[in-house]
Design a protein around this ligand. Sequence first.
Ligand code: MRU
Length: 379
Amino acid sequence: MADQYAQFGEDKQSTGIPVIRWDEPPEGPVLVLLDQRRLPTDEVELVCTDAPALVEAIRTLAVRGAPLLGIAGAYGVALAAVRGFDVDEAAAALAGARPTAVNLAVGVRRAREAYGAVLADGGGRERAAEAALGAARALHREDAEASARMARHGMALLDELLPGGGHRVLTHCNSGTLVSGGEGTAFAVVLEAHRAGRLRRLWVDETRPLLQGARLTAYEAARNGMAYTLLTDNAAGSLFAAGEVDAVLIGADRIAADGSVANKVGSYPLAVLARYHHVPFIVVAPVTTVDPDTPDGASIEVEQRAAHEVTEVAAPRAPMAGAEAGGGIPVAPLGTQAYNPAFDVTPPELVTAIVTEEGVVSPVTSEALAALREGSRQP
Ligand code: MRU
């Protein structure tokens, strides 16, 4: 394992955020990630030379968010293949690095299958590795395209539901460029509204305990010149009560066949609030996030994370997620137990619509989701 930090080089894009890239320096191929643990204060790269380094980056949320996890997983398989490591071992470790976002396992499987197909045809390891890399690159590209299409479908839905324009949107966690080969899922819709001059305000939930809203969504909103306001997660109730929210837009880590949506913990309470206050609750996700093998919400494995993420706050300038032993500033008595699920599950009856690149599902039913998958190009 040979991770190393490096300041961004000259290839930093002016218009977007370079979140993940494959590079081939003379020392050998590497996967380069924007280290999301260090945002918003430091924009630094994390260079992974093998799958174990990438597994660690995934577990500690240096790279995160459902679609990006799929892309990273696929590149991880390619990295193992190109560098001559055990591809099956790498694929198993990568797919198991985090359990809830189905895209991770889907991305790993796609690259592993591309590799296996060439081997089975007698193509040899070198050509098989090229096929795995080709699969990762294709997934990366497709995700960017899906992102643009979700943005258009989501924008049309917003305009239909809220004909007055001047939308005030509440979002939770982070679902923008930092989770995607393109501009993301829910945040891509917000960006589309912003560019069309129809976003009045983005309300950004801070998203306890790892602050993906405060650190990452606010960072993306600021970079795009949006009117945004940060709030603590538990301030959302009074915001709804004051009539300040027109729609909730979130992403998803896994959508079960019955339409149950797993997303960052805190999403379900927002859905309950939205229903009580008659506000649309909209989920934006690529078709790859719909998992036909997970029948319902109860079958979704929700990742449970370490207590220290709740019992400590990060020390100034320390990564917000990472070291198993914590290392932050204690905010609870030593030895305090913590309930720290990374995600929660919103039942389909609380979801107004699911926006995908293939179109909008509303009302959310298992039949409509199955038809959507059937009509898409997904395996
Ligand atoms: O734990 P994280 O930061 O990986 O959680 C990410 C989320 O919950 C996002 O909202 C989700 O991946 C959907 S964004 C496409």
